[in-house]
Design a protein around this ligand. Structure first.
Ligand code: ADP
Ligand code: MG
Length: 253
């Protein structure tokens, strides 16, 4: 199955994910013509609708969970460098629970599935990351209850990031997973559908950009200047998850 989850992108005159990957039309992705076509497509709304069905949700949930589990070793090594070495195990535990429940989760609507995933992650990941990833998913589900278009989901993502900030008493620039979520959200707000095909690269660049930062939150903050020179483990797991979401939304699973 390789069906793009933004089928309206094409119908609305927006470039396909593949065209974006090849660098075509990047600048004019959301030109007036495209927006007009989009408005015709679904009334007043210019943002592409995301036609999530059960099989789409299942593909997304399974792909994200498998990727996190497959990267346990990398996340462990990153957390060994500036933390206590448990981020890989924590994330694997959480996403194994998600994978185990994947069929039942996919039966729910997208927002309800996100809420349920949030509860699973809070309960199963543990550490600092559990409540933070749990809050993100739970909050996106709550804020995305009526979401239908990509813009609606981008809005819900932004609201969920604010909840994560409150939960972690943190903000961007402190060498945490927020240093991936915040800039990726900003690019999505700016470019909309045009950013989806680039999500993996944008997120990976954002994670890499935590390397020269000095940690101000979490265990790594205890290291002070010695946290400089290492990618933040939570930023890496965040980039991994967003990258997979971008690829699956483009039908590249
Ligand atoms: P722990 O730090 O309890 O061992 P993990 O190793 O699973 O938990 O997760 C560590 C990651 O959590 C860090 O790399 C960082 O990205 C993130 N993190 C920790 N504390 C905070 C915070 N207050 N705000 C945002 N992110 C945080
Ligand atoms: Mg840790």
């Amino acid at each position: 199955m390789a069906r793009a989850l933004i089928p309206l992108a094409k119908e609305a005159g927006l470039p396909s994910c593949w065209a974006q990957e090849e660098g075509a039309q990047e600048e004019g992705a959301l030109d007036d013509g495209a927006l007009d076509d989009g408005a015709q497509e679904n009334g007043a709304e210019a943002s592409p609708g995301i036609g999530m069905e059960r099989e789409d949700r299942l593909a997304l949930i399974v792909a994200v969970a498998r990727a996190v589990i497959a990267h346990e070793g990398e996340l462990t090594r990153l957390d060994q460098a500036i933390g206590d070495g448990d981020h890989g195990v924590n994330m694997r535990r959480g996403f194994e629970a998600v994978l185990h429940e994947a069929d039942a989760l996919a039966e729910l609507g997208t927002a309800a599935a996100l809420e349920a995933i949030g509860y699973l992650l809070v309960n199963r990941i543990g550490g600092a990351a559990g409540p933070l990833y749990g809050t993100l998913a739970l909050s996106m589900g709550r804020h995305g209850g009526n979401a239908q278009t990509l813009d609606d989901w981008i809005l819900a993502f932004g609201q969920a990031i604010e909840d994560v900030k409150r939960r972690g008493k943190s903000e961007g620039g402190q060498k945490t997973l927020l240093d991936v979520f915040v800039p990726v959200h900003a690019v999505l707000v700016e470019k909309g559908a045009g950013a989806v095909a680039q999500l993996a690269r944008i997120a990976e660049d954002a994670a890499e950009a935590t390397r020269p930062m000095r940690a101000l939150r979490g265990r790594a903050a205890f290291l002070g200047d010695r946290s400089v020179g290492h990618v933040d483990p939570g930023a890496r797991s965040a980039s991994l998850i967003l990258g997979v979401i971008g690829r699956v939304l483009c039908g590249e699973n």
